[in-house]
Design a protein around this ligand. Structure first.
Ligand code: EPZ
Length: 417
C-alpha cells in the first residue's frame, strides 16, 4: 500500500478551482445506460471511482471515449445486463447500475455492493422500492437476479432519506409506466444534479431538492451535453486545510448555497469568510475556536462526508466540540489515528468529544476510508514534523491528485507508491 509523505507546518494558501463532484458524476454515469443515444459529460473528476464506472459501462457494451474531463458515452450498443462481482465490490455506488439496467433492459444481475469501514450500508430501501414497482428479485450466494416484466409507477415512502435509494428509484422510474412519487426523498445537491441531467435527456421529473419527487414515466430518452457541478466536499476539504494551517484560500467554482452548514461551522471557528458569485475566500484565524456541537444528517444538515475532515480541524481548536454522527454507524475510525498524532478525542458510540490541543505531531498513520484519509492528510499538513499517511487507494477514490493540489497550494506532500 502506498503512502503520502507530508512535511507539516506549511500554510495552504492561494487560489484553486474546485473540480467536478464525485457524488454527482457517479449516478449520472449509471444514468447514461438509460439513454441509447450520445451523451457528453463535461467537468468530470478524474478520480478512481470515475474510471471504475467507465470500465463498467464498457463491459456492458456502451461506447466510451474519455478525453481528460470530458467523456462521450453511447449506450446504444449495450448488450449485457450483468455486473461482475469484482467490479461491484470495487465501488459501492455500482449499485446504482441496478436501477439503470432494469429501467433500460428490464433485467439485471449484480453482486451485493457490501458495506465498508463506515458502516454496514444495506440496500434494503432500494430493494423494497424496486419490488413495489414490479421488480422480481432472487438472491443466490450474494448475487441478485432481478427482472421486471412490467415496471409500474408507485407512491413510495422511504423510511430514511437515503441518497442512493432516491437515485436508484429515479433511474428505475424515468422509463416506468405511469407516475412514481418518492416521499421522504433525499434532498442532496447531487440528487438535483441527477434530475437536471435526466431532464436534459427528456425525463419528466418534478420536486428535486424537496422531500417529495414526482416522476412521469417516458418511453424514450435522447442524448445531451451536461456539465458536472462542483464537488462541495472537495471544496470543504480545501477550506479546512487552509483554516488548519493558518492560510488564506480563494476557491473558485464553489457555490456558497450548497455549503451553508460547513461554512457556518468554519465561521464559528473564527475563520474570516467572504463570498462572491461562485467563489469563496477564507482567511484562517491565528487560533481556531470551538465550543459548539455538530450533528451530521441528511441535507441540508451538516454533511456526514465533512465530519472526519472537520473533526481533524477541531483537534487544534481552542475549546471542546461535541460531534454526533447520525448517518453512519462506524464513521470514527480516523479519530483513533488522529489521537496517535496527539489529538484528544473521546468517543462513545456515535458521539465524539474533541478537546482541542495546541499541537499535533507527525507520525505514521493509516487511512481506512476516503474521508477519514483526507482528515489524516490535513492533520499531517498542520502537524509538527513529518507524517506518512498510508491508504492512498482510499483517498484517490474521491480526490484527484490531492498531493499535487496541496503542493500547488503551499503544502509539502509527496505520494510514494
Ligand atoms: C451517498 O452514499 C454518498 N456516496 C456518501 O458519500 C454519503 O456519505 C451518503 O450518500 C450520505 O450523504 C455516493 O453518493 C456515491 P445513504 P449512500 O443511502 O447513498 C442507510 C463519500 O465519502 N441505508 O444516504 O450509500 C445507510 O446504511 C461517500 O463520498 C439503509 O439503511 O448513502 C446509512 O446509514 C461516503 N438502507 C444511511 O442510510 C438503504 O437501503 C445513509 O445512506 C440505504 C441506506
Amino acid at each position: 500500500m502506498g503512502y503520502y509523505e507530508v512535511e507539516g507546518g506549511y500554510a495552504i494558501d492561494g487560489e484553486f478551482a474546485v473540480r467536478g463532484s464525485k457524488n454527482a458524476v457517479l449516478p449520472i454515469l449509471a444514468a447514461t445506460v438509460l439513454v441509447d443515444d450520445e451523451v457528453v459529460l463535461e467537468n468530470c473528476p478524474q478520480i478512481a471511482d470515475f474510471f471504475v464506472s467507465l470500465e463498467i459501462l464498457q463491459e456492458l457494451g456502451c461506447s466510451v471515449k474519455q478525453e481528460e474531463r470530458t467523456v462521450t458515452i453511447n449506450s446504444k450498443g449495450l448488450f449485457r445486463n450483468e455486473i461482475q462481482e469484482d467490479m461491484v465490490s470495487k465501488m459501492r455506488s455500482s449499485v446504482l447500475f441496478l436501477g439503470a439496467l432494469l429501467g433500460r433492459t428490464k433485467k439485471a444481475v449484480m453482486g451485493h455492493p457490501g458495506g465498508c469501514t463506515i458502516g454496514r450500508r444495506p440496500i434494503d430501501l432500494h430493494l423494497r422500492a424496486f419490488e413495489k414497482m414490479g421488480v422480481r428479485m432472487e438472491e443466490k450466494e450474494g448475487i441478485f437476479y432481478c427482472h421486471a416484466p412490467l415496471l409500474l409507477g408507485y407512491h413510495l415512502y422511504l423510511d430514511y432519506p437515503s441518497v442512493g435509494a432516491t437515485e436508484n428509484i429515479l433511474l428505475l422510474a424515468v422509463k416506468a409506466e405511469g407516475t412514481t412519487v418518492i416521499h421522504n426523498a433525499a434532498r442532496e445537491p447531487e440528487i438535483t444534479a441527477l434530475v437536471r441531467f435526466l431532464r436534459s435527456c427528456g425525463a419528466e421529473i418534478y420536486g428535486e431538492g424537496t422531500p417529495t419527487i414526482m416522476i412521469e414515466g417516458v418511453t424514450q430518452l435522447h442524448g445531451t451535453v451536461f456539465t458536472i457541478p462542483f464537488d462541495r466536499i472537495e471544496a470543504g476539504t480545501l477550506l479546512c486545510a487552509a483554516a488548519m494551517t493558518g492560510g488564506k484560500l480563494h476557491l473558485k467554482n464553489a457555490e456558497r448555497q450548497y455549503m451553508e452548514q460547513t461554512l457556518e461551522v468554519l465561521e464559528q471557528t473564527g475563520c474570516g469568510l467572504r463570498y462572491e458569485e461562485e467563489a469563496i475566500y477564507l482567511q484562517a484565524p491565528t487560533r481556531l475556536l470551538s465550543d459548539f456541537t455538530i450533528a451530521t444528517g441528511p441535507y441540508p444538515a451538516f454533511p456526514t462526508d465533512m465530519q472526519p475532515i472537520m473533526m481533524s480541524l477541531l483537534t487544534l481548536a481552542k475549546g471542546t466540540c461535541m460531534i454526533s454522527e447520525t448517518v453512519f454507524e462506524a464513521r470514527f475510525r480516523h479519530a483513533e489515528e488522529l489521537c496517535r498524532m496527539g489529538a484528544n478525542i473521546q468517543m462513545h458510540r456515535r458521539n465524539a468529544a474533541v478537546f482541542g490541543v495546541e499541537k499535533l505531531y507527525g507520525t505514521k498513520v493509516e487511512a481506512s476510508d476516503l474521508r477519514g484519509g483526507a482528515a489524516l492528510l490535513l492533520a499531517a499538513l498542520a502537524a509538527e514534523g513529518t507524517s506518512q499517511v498510508y491508504g492512498n487507494i482510499y483517498i484517490e477514490r474521491g480526490y484527484e491528485k490531492i498531493e499535487d493540489v496541496l503542493t500547488f497550494l503551499g503544502g509539502r506532500v509527496h505520494l510514494h507508491v
